[in-house]
Design a protein around this ligand. Structure first.
Ligand SMILES: *Cc1c(COP(=O)(O)O)cnc(C)c1O
Length: 436
């Protein structure tokens, strides 16, 4: 596949060792390239918009560690902040000023968050937010959306059951059916299904959890009225509305998707960008809800490394730069530039491509109609995406090794970087157009 001019010997050797040590050779599944075939480059370093592998190949990076690196790699302000924090000691398991500073930045950008709790991953954030929702309502069921990803806790590894409004089915082995069946999963952008679920279980649904802009089936924006509708229904039925903004928080604007669409959720989950590339998560919202969390209330939740000083330092330095004027319009203009380039390349190659973008996050779907839900996303030509992916990799452009992920631009990408990506896209698109 592809040109294969890149030296890959060191990557291959190291990945062989990794394969005997880790399932699939990786510590998170999508890194293994199963969806596109081939063996992943082993990364040695990153700087600004680029990463370099152990064979010395350099790539313009549009994965950005799957979202966190909105400033690019090894931003000098973030590096300095982390170095200073490290010199002060790594972890205390005690209150520090840095966690207060980061929390103040977050709450000033997102007014729906009156109080919050830092954790170490997005998975912990969503898991804990649902515990609060269940504790608050005294109800057990959760409603999520097909193709939504909220981390890997048991109640959330659930896909739609076999019929509309049947109970959810575990999407992973090892998840007890009794847990999976307390989660309902309905199609994204389908308000009627949400209404039907509440009609069926009016007093049982503790929370609706939603990515306000879906990013984990590829980028799928909400239809006008979808989020407003969920807000109204949850309010009517006394259920908690949880926005999972682990990707969109500080990505689509300082106030996340909730600011963009003008909708206040009851609880918000954050991660990725707020840790600047170090491990972090957070959940927060109305004081009435967060007051239930231990030690103030009966909902238990704790973490040895929660509010870790290095993560807090990286997050503070990252958000401080994002608070500067003009950041989000600029990111949007880069996103638009890339989308225009992708469109031109697809048209020139006669390839059906739907480019779905919100600001600096986008997915080019190899389909002929706009994608509104998971079922539509799954119609995309993933083999073509695989050829496109490898052709890009061979040309020094690193995009997600799966059709169903978001591409991310950062403040480290320049217009010439984007133009270099577009150049590679043009060539890769004609390769992808060839019948495999
Ligand atoms: C990445 C992600 C998570 C999980 O975060 P981790 O830090 O990987 O546990 C949860 N929700 C969304 C929307 C995500 O994109």
């Amino acid at each position: 596949m592809g040109l294969e001019f890149r030296p890959t010997e060191h990557s291959r050797r190291i990945f062989e060792r990794a394969r005997s040590l880790f399932p699939g050779g990786v510590n998170s599944p999508v890194r293994a390239f199963r969806a596109v075939g081939g063996s992943p480059p082993v990364i040695a370093s990153g700087s600004g918009p680029r990463i370099t592998d152990v064979d010395g190949n350099s790539y313009i990076d549009l994965v950005a560690s799957w979202g966190p690196l909105i400033l690019g790699h090894a931003n000098s302000d973030v590096v300095r902040a982390v170095q200073e924090a490290a010199l002060d000691g790594f972890s205390f398991g005690a209150p520090t000023e840095r966690e207060v500073l980061l929390a103040e930045l977050i709450t000033s950008a997102m007014p729906s968050i009156e109080q919050l709790r830092f954790v170490s991953s997005g998975t912990e954030a969503t898991m804990s937010a649902l515990r609060v929702a269940r504790g608050f309502t005294g109800r057990e069921r959760i409603l999520k959306f097909d193709g939504g990803y909220h981390g890997h806790s048991d109640s959330l590894l659930v896909a739609a059951g076999s019929g509309v409004l049947t109970l959810g089915a575990a999407s992973s082995a090892g998840v007890p059916e009794t847990w999976a069946s307390s989660t309902l999963s309905v199609p994204y952008n389908d308000l009627q299904s949400v209404e039907d679920a509440f009609h069926r279980y009016p007093a049982d649904i503790a929370a609706v959890i939603v990515e306000p802009i879906a990013g984990n089936m590829g980028v799928v924006p909400p239809k006008p009225g979808f989020l407003e509708g969920i807000r109204a229904i949850t309010r009517d039925y006394g259920a908690v509305l949880v926005f999972d903004e682990v990707i969109t928080g500080f990505r689509v604007g300082l106030g996340g998707a909730q600011e963009r669409f003008g909708i206040g959720p009851d609880l918000t989950c954050l991660g990725k960008i707020i840790g600047g590339g170090l491990p972090v998560g957070a959940y927060g919202g109305r004081r009435e809800l967060m007051g239930l969390v231990s030690p103030e209330g009966p909902v238990y939740q704790a973490g040895t490394l929660s509010g870790n000083p290095l993560s807090m330092a990286a997050g503070i330095a990252t958000l401080q730069l994002l608070f500067e004027p003009g950041v989000y319009p600029w990111l949007n203009s880069l996103g638009e530039r890339l989308a225009v380039g992708l469109r031109g390349a697809a048209d020139a190659a006669g390839v059906s491509l739907q480019i779905q973008r919100v600001g600096s996050m986008l997915t080019p779907f190899f389909v002929d109609q706009s994608v509104r839900d998971e079922q539509a996303a799954k119609r995309s030509d993933t083999e073509r995406y695989g050829r496109f992916f490898h052709a890009l990799l061979d040309r020094g452009v690193y995009v997600p090794p799966s059709q169903f992920e978001a591409w991310f631009l950062s403040l480290a990408h320049t217009e010439p970087d984007v133009d270099a990506v577009i150049q590679a896209v043009g060539e890769a698109m004609s390769e992808a157009a060839k019948v495999g």
